[in-house]
Ligand binder design. Structure first.
Ligand code: FAD
Length: 409
């Protein structure tokens, strides 16, 4: 019998999250082995080519807002070469009236200067970004192709070992090393440190070592619409991204003069069925109308030409789970990225690497990782007996909030 490989660091999962963490570790001079069930990177939710990113500016959940700001700056710096900066407009909610002074005060309270977020009335917004609605213009908002980016992060390189077509079914600690087994109980690899970045399947893997994670699937479908060049919709199609109840990318003119417009997405809680659904396209058509404020628009003009369907992994409290698993030394979790794969994977790469390499935490603090933010992301927040600081940090983020957001993103 051949001896299983041993690696200092193994990353389970080659989606955008595992790929970004592996890449950061490689850049820091470490050797990494990455394992995935699929034959190549980004085969699951990160096969998504049309993701967008911007700092969040809503009211409430102050830690979430601070975290998305920090994560946005990290993501922008990390992916500057492939960052499609088209700007993103966030319209005022339909049941609210635009109040410039209050909006500006709110943005400043989040430390978002005019470089990042500008309050605009409908007239200004029409002039700057072609959207005749009041709201906030996020000029640095951008899109990222998660599939291409994950592949590029994991290009062949020294110190990176791949194990494709390999599903890890359970973990076990033996003689101070982690042993990784497949479903037939064959020992696949041993490791000193294991980063678990395999989205929903982190739940089963953690179960195998007696840790229960509150993860659940949320299906989502984005629709790719085509609009004929002579259709009245043309004058409503945006040249920037829009993020509100749902989101859309800038419309793109095709060679024959028609436009391609990507709009999403459905939010089907507890579902993990990847087959495309007509009702999700209908839902997206309705979202499209609201995003560009075109109630009288004829929905049949939005002709379906493709879609992306993915299963998000979501934790009960909307925040991702990122950090060392204090109860099982050597295990690090990076999962529950929900609808914010770009932001949270950039953040996870910095945080997990610092914890795994036991870096100088003053450096993390300089990047903006305050102790309360680190605690709010830590797996420990779900367990009885967690450190008081971790529980304290959770207080404002702990209520389950998914149902209230069920129509968006
Ligand atoms: C419709 C929709 C729209 C979205 N829009 C946006 C957006 O605009 N902006 C944004 O930032 N995010 C968006 N997201 C979210 C984003 O796509 C995800 O957060 C992100 O792709 C999750 O990455 P991941 O690496 O955690 O998971 P995944 O990409 O699912 O990767 C997990 C990997 O682990 C592997 N794996 C699983 N189990 C095992 C195992 N036991 N052993 C070995 N390997 C295993 C899988 O094969 C997979 O490759 C959207 C998602 C959906 C569905």
């Amino acid at each position: 019998m051949t001896k299983p490989q041993h690696h200092e660091i193994v990353v389970i999962g080659a989606g955008i999250c595992g790929a970004t963490i592996a890449n950061e570790l490689l850049e820091r001079g470490k050797a990494v082995c990455i394992i995935d069930t699929a034959p190549s990177p980004a085969a699951a939710c990160s096969s998504h080519a049309y993701a967008i990113a911007h700092p969040h500016i809503g009211k409430g959940a102050p830690r979430l807002l601070r975290l998305t700001h920090l994560a946005f700056l990290l993501a922008e710096a990390r992916w500057k070469n492939v960052w499609r900066q088209h700007g993103i407009f966030q319209p005022t909610k339909k049941d609210k009236t635009f109040d410039r002074t209050a909006t500006e005060e709110h943005l400043r309270s989040l430390d978002l200067d005019e470089n990042i977020a500008i309050a605009m009335d409908a007239h200004e917004a029409k002039q700057f970004c072609g959207i005749e609605q009041s709201g906030v213009w996020l000029p640095r908002g951008a899109g990222l192709n998660l599939h291409e980016t994950s592949k590029e992060l994991l290009h062949e390189q020294q110190r990176l070992t791949y194990m494709w077509n390999t599903r890890i079914a359970r973990l076990e600690e033996l003689s101070n090393q982690w042993h990784l087994f497949d479903a037939s109980n064959k020992l696949i690899v041993t490791a000193n440190q294991v980063v678990v970045a395999c989205a929903l399947e982190a739940k089963d893997l953690m179960n195998s070592i007696g840790i229960r994670l509150p993860l659940r699937p949320v299906r989502g479908q984005l629709s790719i619409f085509t609009v004929r060049k002579d259709d009245p919709w043309i004058k409503k199609l945006p040249q920037v991204g829009i993020s509100g109840d749902g989101y859309c990318l800038p419309a793109k003119q095709l060679d024959d003069g028609s436009y391609q417009w990507i709009v999403g997405s459905s939010f089907d809680e507890g579902e993990d069925d990847l087959s495309p659904r007509e009702m999700s396209d209908d839902f997206n058509r309705e979202q499209a109308k609201r995003l560009v404020d075109y109630e009288e628009g004829n929905l049949s003009s939005l002709m379906k030409s493709g879609e992306f369907v993915g299963i998000r992994c979501v934790a009960g409290d909307r925040l991702p789970i990122i950090g060392a698993l204090a109860q099982r030394p050597g295990i690090f979790l990076a999962t529950a990225l929900g609808s914010r794969g770009i932001l949270w994977s950039a953040l996870a790469a910095k945080l997990i690497t610092a914890q795994l390499l036991e870096d100088d935490f003053a450096l993390l603090a300089r990047l903006g990782f305050a102790a309360d933010l680190v605690a709010a992301l830590a797996p420990a927040r779900f367990f009885a007996g967690a450190a008081p600081s971790a529980l304290g940090a959770l207080a404002s983020n702990s209520k389950p909030i998914l149902p209230a957001e069920s129509s968006a993103k």
